[in-house]
Design a protein around this ligand. Structure first.
Ligand SMILES: [Mn+2]
Length: 434
């Protein structure tokens, strides 16, 4: 499946950032074996999708720096009529040229030999170091051979560089095609949550909520979930990544749902916390109102000129005030912040980048957690404050124990302020009570 996106333009932007005579190597992983003759559901590499739209397992793309004659060489599985009868058509070398606009394409079996020819006259090779376990043994072998050719001056690149810094900064800022895809992912994610609101009641299983999300996403054309759905009833919500989803929902409990649809390889990521029986208790309402206030205040901070930590700093201020006012901390808000006391109950960040990956690429903070990255038009982040009081935490008034609440929306930064891509999903108390 190739989307209608301007891949050539992205490749040109990459090519101009590759220094001197160098190449960037992109690679789709091989299918991951599951059991017997079954593989896990296949997910192509996000960088390959971003630059080429190429979804075939094992495919390799070599993108040349701007000063070279060729722009891109691809390596793909060869056509194989017998095999294709079973698993469907392959693009083949013809397809790599015709559809994916490679200047040349070769059988993947020729990768080492052809790379040797390509790398002979180059200075540097860029690739995603997270793929090093597969790529680097082959690359070192090729480069090592080039350096030992006869008595001539050794040839071949001297440097391997991590591609992620260049690509991370590109993918951090979504182009118009991506923003449209993210709106589709947000809309399908919202629709799945609305399906859940209709079926939520005491006695049903967390797994039924999960299944409703899966159905809601897939039935609307999503690839599936962008990550394993968290459907955490009651105190399970205080476990941040509870994915077991195997308990029943009790009357009087909350359910924290953190899920999203993957549409056209772009992720939605939403959290909502609902009262299972349709009405908050007073204690639940106290905490919900505080988290909601913090979330709405933090979204206001998602503007150009602010940085990745601005929403988080605002959340902490609102929480410090609220936790003091509710009697959870005797300390004054200023002291709560200075001593990071709020970290006891809000122990994750407020935001991450969102895109082809749920925790999308791009540097969010400089070394040592300072120098947070600026929020620029086209950046999409989540805003997801939460408060979590475990069941046995004696420091907390009893009525609040076992309450876990998170509220999360997906926010696009624009010149005109924050655009909440998931705004269609209600979160006000009067809108979610029934
Ligand atoms: Mn998230």
């Amino acid at each position: 499946m190739m989307l209608n996106m301007d891949y050539a333009q992205r490749r040109e932007r990459l090519a101009r950032q590759l220094p001197g005579k160098s190449v960037a190597i992109l690679m789709n992983p091989k299918p991951a074996h599951k059991t017997g003759d079954q593989d896990y559901a296949y997910r192509p590499d996000s960088n390959m999708l971003y630059f080429c739209g190429m979804d075939e397992p094992g495919a390799v793309a070599v993108i040349m720096s701007a000063d070279q004659a060729k722009r891109m060489v691809m390596f793909v599985l060869p056509r194989d009529p017998e095999r294709e009868r079973w698993v469907g058509p392959r693009y083949g070398c013809e397809g790599a040229v015709a559809q994916f606009k490679a200047d040349e394409a070769f059988d993947i079996g020729l990768l080492k030999d052809k790379l040797s020819e390509i790398l002979f006259a180059l200075d540097g090779v860029y690739f995603d170091f997270s793929q090093a376990s597969e790529l680097s043994p082959m690359l070192f072998e090729v480069v090592e051979k080039l350096r030992h050719r006869g008595r001539h001056a050794a040839e071949g690149p001297r440097a391997f560089c991590d591609l992620r810094d260049i690509v991370g900064e590109m993918r951090r800022i979504k182009d118009a095609d991506e923003i449209e895809a993210m709106k589709r992912a947000a809309a399908v994610s919202v629709a799945g949550f609305k399906d859940v609101c209709k079926m939520l009641r005491p006695g049903i299983g967390e797994w039924e909520v999960e299944a409703t999300l899966q159905h809601g996403f897939r039935a609307r054309g999503a690839i599936g979930e962008s990550f394993g759905s968290i459907c955490a009833g009651g105190a399970h919500a205080t476990t941040l990544h509870y994915e077991a989803n195997r308990d029943r929902l009790n009357d009087g409990d909350l359910i924290l749902i953190d899920a999203g649809a993957e549409v056209d390889y772009y992720a939605g990521d939403i959290s909502r916390t609902y009262p299972v029986n349709g009405r908050f208790t007073d204690a639940q309402r106290d905490i919900y109102a505080l988290v909601l206030k913090a979330q709405k205040e933090a979204i206001k901070m998602c503007v150009v000129g602010n940085h990745m930590k601005s929403p988080h700093e605002r959340v902490r201020e609102v929480f410090a005030d609220g936790l003091h006012a509710l009697g959870i901390f005797a300390e004054e808000p200023k002291e709560i912040l200075e001593k990071n006391l709020d970290f006891e109950f809000f122990f994750h960040g407020t935001s991450h980048y969102l895109g082809m990956d749920t925790h999308d690429v791009g540097i969010a903070y400089g070394r040592g957690d300072d120098a947070p990255a600026p929020l620029l038009p086209g950046v999409v982040i989540t805003v997801e404050p939460g408060l979590y009081f475990t069941e046995n935490d004696a420091r907390v008034p009893e009525k609040y124990r076992g309450i876990g609440i998170r509220i999360e929306d997906d926010v696009l930064i624009t010149e005109d302020g924050p655009v909440v891509l998931t705004a269609d999903l209600p979160k006000e108390i009067e809108d979610i009570e029934k």
